[in-house]
Structure formats: C-alpha cells, structure tokens
Design a protein around this ligand. Structure first.
Ligand code: NAD
Length: 255
C-alpha cells in the first residue's frame, strides 16, 4: 500500500465525475486517510452521496479558496483531525462563462482577477496553510492543462491562469524543497466534468483530441488519478517542480 499511514487533503471534489474524486479513490485504495474539501452545500450533498465508496470515511471540510478565513478554518479542522499531512491535491479552477466564450483580448479586469485568484493564487493559499502540517515532507499535486502553453480555442483566461499556476508550482517547489515538500503539476487531457462543461465547444475538442493523440483515444479520470497517486507518494520522491502530461500523448504529436 503506497499511502499506508499517510494523510492526504484532496480539494476540488464536486461530484462523482470530478478528477479530485478519482484521485481520492486512488489514495484511499492505497491506504491514505483523507480530508476532502467542497465549495458549498450543493457540492457537499454530492460528496455525501458517494463517500460511502471509500474504504475509510473521510473528513469533509468546506473550503472557499478566495476567502483566507475559509482556508484557515479548513486547515484548522484538518490539523485537529488528521494532525500531520503527507499529501495535498489542488484540483480547483474557475472562470466566468463570458470570459471563456469571447475573445481573450476582451477579458474584463474582474474576470481576469477572479480566474487567476481561484485557479492559480489558491495554490499559494493551500500550500502556505499545508506547509506547517507537512512535518515529514510530502507530495503536492496541482491539476493543469495544455492551454497554459498553447492557444486552445475558448480556454482563454483559464490558459493564462494555468500558466501562472505552473510557474507558481516551480517557485513553490524551489522554496519548499529544503523541507522535503515536493510540488508537481499534472497536465490532464480533456475529460468530461462539471468544469469542462463550461468550455464552449468542449465536445468537439474532446473528439479531436482522441483522433490526434498518440494513443488515438482520450484519457480517463482513473489514469489521471494513478499519476496523481504516483506524485503524492514516495515513488516520485526524486521529482519536484515538474509538469507531467497524462494526455494520451497529444502534446508530443506534430504533423
Ligand atoms: P470539477 O468541476 O469536478 O472540479 C473543479 C472544482 O473546483 C469543483 O470541485 C469546484 O467546486 C471547485 N471550485 C471552483 N471554485 C472554487 C472556489 N472559489 N473555492 C473552492 N473550490 C472551488 O472539474 P475537474 O475537471 O475535475 O477540475 C479539476 C481540476 O482539473 C481543475 O483545476 C481543472 O482545470 C483541471 N483539469 C481539468 C481537465 C478536464 O478536461 N476536465 C483537464 C485538465 C485539467
């Protein structure tokens, strides 16, 4: 069991389709004790319907990443109930629909701030709060997407947020490495979830991705979750500050 005697905090579970939920299942399968965070009452109801599938009942905490008090309260509960933390998963992103539908050029100041705050700065907030609980070091994973480095239709401000997230991963990794805390990014291919449904033309993107990926198919959440498990566990103990791609080999393809 890769995560025996480990405690992991997984953020961003909205429902059974969430990438975070698949990661939670993989960590639970390998023996981790879990804390799961949810955004609000609707997400909490969704989680309560599925948590019975886990081997060990998790701690459920509310965490709204744009509010320092909410993040502080969530980590106080994690600290009280779990004590030490060995792994943290950041699977949170948000942008306004209008900032994904139109031209990137026309992104509003508010929309830009909101997307960057929720999708990128939130990693700082979570890592800063987790740092003191990761007394034996550990693995942190953040979910990202290729739109950070390539122009992807309708990804717009979220691509810029993912670029900030990925750069942040490297800076955080550079600073926290001396404490044995590793931070890596996991760049997943397109998967049908609540968040991806907000991207105009996602079905077309999903179809084209499968046609053009080296494996000639899309990836599923369990493939992403197993890579996240690797990055959370000691198996990846020599890696930090990297972005690894679980995209069926889409990124490597040229003509
Ligand atoms: P999802 O909708 O299941 O998860 C997104 C989560 O972000 C939800 O749980 C939502 O409640 C949470 N969230 C949004 N705003 C928040 C806030 N202010 N505070 C706290 N939580 C907030 O969708 P998903 O596709 O599983 O997304 C998880 C991560 O994976 C995201 O970072 C996303 O960008 C990334 N990702 C998704 C895909 C894909 O195709 N689905 C591909 C690559 C990367």
């Amino acid at each position: 069991m890769l995560m025996k005697d480990s405690n992991a905090f997984v953020t961003g579970v909205a429902n059974h389709r969430s990438i975070a939920w698949a990661i939670a299942r993989a960590l639970d399968r390998e023996g981790a004790r879990l804390a799961l965070s949810y955004l609000g009452d609707r997400e909490k109801e969704g989680i309560e319907k599925i948590v019975g599938q886990l081997q060990t009942p998790p701690l459920l905490v509310q965490c709204y990443v744009s509010d320092d008090d909410s993040v502080g309260a969530a980590f106080t509960r994690v600290s009280d109930e779990l004590g030490r933390l060995d792994a943290l998963v950041h699977a949170i992103a948000f942008a306004r629909r209008e900032d994904l539908d139109g031209r990137y050029t026309d992104t509003s100041r508010d929309g830009y701030h909101l997307a960057l705050d929720v999708s990128a700065f939130s990693l700082n907030c979570l890592v800063r709060a987790a740092e003191s609980l990761m007394t034996d070091g550990g693995g942190i994973v953040a979910l990202t997407y290729l739109g950070s480095e390539r122009v992807v239709a309708n990804y717009n401000v979220m691509g810029v947020a993912k670029a900030a997230l990925e750069s942040g991963i490297r800076y955080l990794a550079g600073e926290l490495g001396e404490r044995g805390i590793r931070i890596n990014g996991l760049s997943a291919g397109p998967i049908k979830t609540l968040a991806s449904r907000g991207i105009k033309g996602f079905s077309t993107m999903h179809k084209l991705h499968a046609e053009r990926a080296a494996l000639r198919r899309n990836v599923d959440v369990d493939e992403v979750a197993d890579a996240a498990l690797f990055l959370c566990s000691r198996l990846s103990r020599g890696m930090t500050g990297e972005i690894i791609y679980v995209d069926g080999g889409y990124r490597i393809m040229g003509l």
